[in-house]
Ligand binder design. Structure first.
Ligand code: EPZ
Length: 420
């Protein structure tokens, strides 16, 4: 398994260009199941999860080409309705095919997505919505079988603004004649990027003053030409990399307003932030001030930036509380940071951090995508040679991570121990 060898203690300086968002590209690629027409999607990041999604589309009857960041999807065979476990287990977001398959075939058979390192991650909100739309849900040998004689418009109030459930149910409603009304949907930028993509296919989706989303189902959807929005989590990760290494980084091709609360907290931590239409520049503080955070649905602090923020707070001058209120087990990076000299105590869903003057290099192990990125940031800050193992987690969500960090002055190399 690949690992990163990092010689830390260097200030990162320079400019980094942000690519398309993984968490927008995945549902938008899956939305192509809603049509037999050709779809062309630009700014798709080269990531493991994208490759998995392409395999899923091919397994369901699509032909997919992926060159220079552009995915072209066309019909290969009639749409299939069964998705095998070996694909679903690689990526929870595979479950998002349920909505389009149910809408088009009134039938979907998908392996129940397992939990993953960051928690059980059920799909009960998705299933409750599908039942309200008229589907029968049967659990059969680890597969969820969704079937419907007829799907009917209804009102769906999500018990929690789940990003995936919002996207799954919205895609399903696009082909259900009549008006389906959604309340308490997720408002992450990736959700609105999907809505824009669906509207470009001819879906009728609007939002009223109260923030309710109304979907008026149509008979058929056209193909799409869409460019994926910038990855706000990558943006945040690079800004925190600038802060934790005492450097100065300009992040380009991003959407500053998608990271509003992070920019506010980075300034509270002492960083100097300047922004333009599609760029953000950070000048690291001399002394990092402690800033408590609680993760929350958008526009609250992104749970996907909790781990990088925790890494930063290990070097703050004072005590910080980082509260993970979205997932029940998203602190696997904490013990690894402690092995690098951090002082962190986990109490239920709160990480209590006492800032230390410096981190020390060590060999640490990634357990999940964002935790792995946090360990890289910590290793970049720690003077000396560190090794971050199980880089495959990081490859799920950070395109050309080591190349981009190297261009900012980092000493980081990818090794596969087998090859050494
Ligand atoms: C999406 O996951 C993202 N993944 C996650 O990013 C992100 O952390 C998460 O949204 C929250 O922002 C993709 O977009 C592919 P949720 P999703 O449904 O949709 C509970 C990354 O690092 N829940 O909003 O799975 C769930 O257990 C990944 O890029 C239910 O209880 O997240 C969790 O505690 C990690 N029942 C909370 O809601 C359900 O039916 C948020 O989950 C669905 C979710």
């Amino acid at each position: 398994m690949d690992q990163f060898i990092i010689n830390g203690g260097r200030k990162l300086k320079g400019t980094v260009e942000i690519g398309g968002s993984k968490n927008a590209a995945l549902p938008i690629l899956i939305a192509t199941l809603l049509t037999d027409e050709k779809c062309v999607i630009k700014r798709v990041p080269k990531l493991r999860d994208i490759n998995t999604t392409i395999k899923i589309l091919e397994a369901l009857g699509k032909k997919v080409t992926f060159e220079n960041g552009t995915c072209t999807i066309t019909k290969q065979t009639a749409l299939k309705v069964k998705l095998p476990y070996d694909l679903v287990k690689q990526m929870r977001a595979s479950f998002w095919v349920a909505g389009p398959l149910l809408a088009r075939k009134k039938h979907a058979e998908i392996a129940l997505p397992g939990g993953c390192a960051i928690g059980v991650r059920p799909v009960d909100i998705h299933l409750k919505g599908f039942k309200k739309l008229g589907a029968k849900v049967i659990l059969n040998e680890g597969n969820i079988v969704l079937k419907a004689k007829k799907l009917a418009p209804t009102k769906i109030i999500l018990s929690f603004p789940s990003v995936g459930a919002t996207q799954n149910l919205l895609m399903c409603a696009c082909l259900i004649k009549g008006k389906t009304v959604f309340e308490n949907i997720a408002r992450e930028p990736e959700v609105f990027d999907l809505i824009n993509a669906l509207k470009s296919m001819g879906a009728k989706i609007c939002m009223d003053q109260q923030g309710r989303v109304i979907v008026e189902g149509v008979d058929k959807l056209k193909g799409m030409k869409h460019s994926v929005c910038a990855d706000r989590i990558q943006t945040g990760t690079f800004l925190i990399a600038g802060a934790i290494t005492g450097g100065e980084i300009t992040v380009k091709n991003c959407v500053p307003e998608d990271n509003e609360i992070l920019l506010e907290y980075l300034q509270e931590a002492g960083a100097k932030i300047t922004t333009g239409k599609d760029w953000v520049k950070i000048k690291a503080p001399k002394t990092i001030k402690p800033v408590n955070i609680k993760t929350a649905p958008y526009p609250g602090f992104a749970t996907d930036l909790q781990a990088p923020w925790l890494a930063l707070m290990t070097l703050a001058k004072g005590n910080t509380e980082v509260s993970e209120d979205i997932f029940e087990n998203r602190f696997m990076h904490a013990p690894e940071l402690v092995r690098m000299g951090a002082n962190i105590i986990i109490e239920k869903n709160v990480a209590k951090v006492t800032g230390v003057a410096k981190l020390t290099p060590a060999t640490v192990m990634s357990s999940d995508l964002r935790g792995g990125a946090a360990l890289v940031l910590a290793a970049l800050a720690a003077k000396g040679q560190s090794c971050v193992e199980r880089v495959y987690h990081i490859d799920r969500g950070y395109e050309e991570f080591e190349q981009k960090l190297t261009a900012l002055g980092a000493k980081i190399k990818r090794y596969n121990p087998v090859q050494i």
